[in-house]
Design a protein around this ligand. Sequence first.
Ligand code: AQP
Length: 340
Amino acid sequence: MQDKKKKIVFSGVQPTGALHLGNYLGAIKNFVDLQEDHDCLYCIVDLHAVTVWQNPNDLKSNILDVASIYLASGIDPKKSTIFVQSTVPYHSELSWILNCVTRIGWLNRMTQFKEKAGKNRENVSSGLYTYPNLMAADILLYFSDLVPVGDDQKQHLELTRDIAQKFNNDYSDFGGKDFFPIPNPIIMDESSRVMSLRDGTKKMSKSDPSAMSRIEFKDSNDLIVKKISKAKTDPLPIPNNVNDLETRPEVHNLISIFSSLAGLKITTVLNDYSGKQFSEFKKDLSDLLIENIEPIRDELIRLDNDHSFLLDILEKGTNEAMKRSSLNMKKIRDIVGLGY
Ligand code: AQP
């Protein structure tokens, strides 16, 4: 139920493959903490997923996997609304209106599009290009105040703020003045960008062809140990000051992961390990990862055997999101002058 006194939080994860430590530390761990004193909506953004072609059977099972990971990580359906984006059609409707608010020049500046489209720009879907407008719609549809995301989504959030401001200005004489709250991102410091275990200059990603580049929620303890022991480092010892990490991306990444899992400052981790062998550090990092991932993995196995529980939560989430967004969408249509 919507609590009018609490700030509204919205965020989502794409069901595009096996979720990983980057999704956890950059987003989901934060989702769990926020639900204690915020009004949270956590979405499985399947409409975003199809901006790149997805096998329909895989997509369906990935949607349920994200829902299970939300729950297993500690998102409590009694405190937060968990739902699938495409089951609430107003996301698409508002996204169309925002397509008409956003300027092409703004979209042209989006670095994620440039990275994802690469040299293939003429051949990617137009959905990939207008993706940030759908993301803005997701957020603004619920009048969200706060959006917990990884560092890679910062630019899209800034665009969402520009879109909200332009809508409010364009329609200021028609009820739009201060209509959409201007949402703020919440980005964790140490973990805002978890990098690949194989290349410290690339972010950890579901779409990396090598599963050795990422820690997945369903990895066994042995596999976690193997991935960390094979994680790329360099021949130098662990440094004792943060500045020395700047030119050592792989080491920086492993130290950052340790620091966010342990809840310690990077300087504290460096104090504890400087001069020591990577083998000792990696053993402790694996133990810390197992300590965090094993309980989530056990819960995922339990949920795999209880699909009706999962479907029931998603249906309740859709009902709540529909109730809230239909009221907001009606106001938006009125302001824009749509319908009769
Ligand atoms: N490596 C990361 N470090 C920190 N945060 C991350 N996020 C993703 N990767 C990292 C954050 O997780 C949330 C959900 O991400 P998403 O699945 O919706 O989209 P994404 O950023 O495109 O994730 P991937 O894993 O990189 O997927 P693919 O490979 O399909 O593009 C977001 O808040 C994101 O910031």
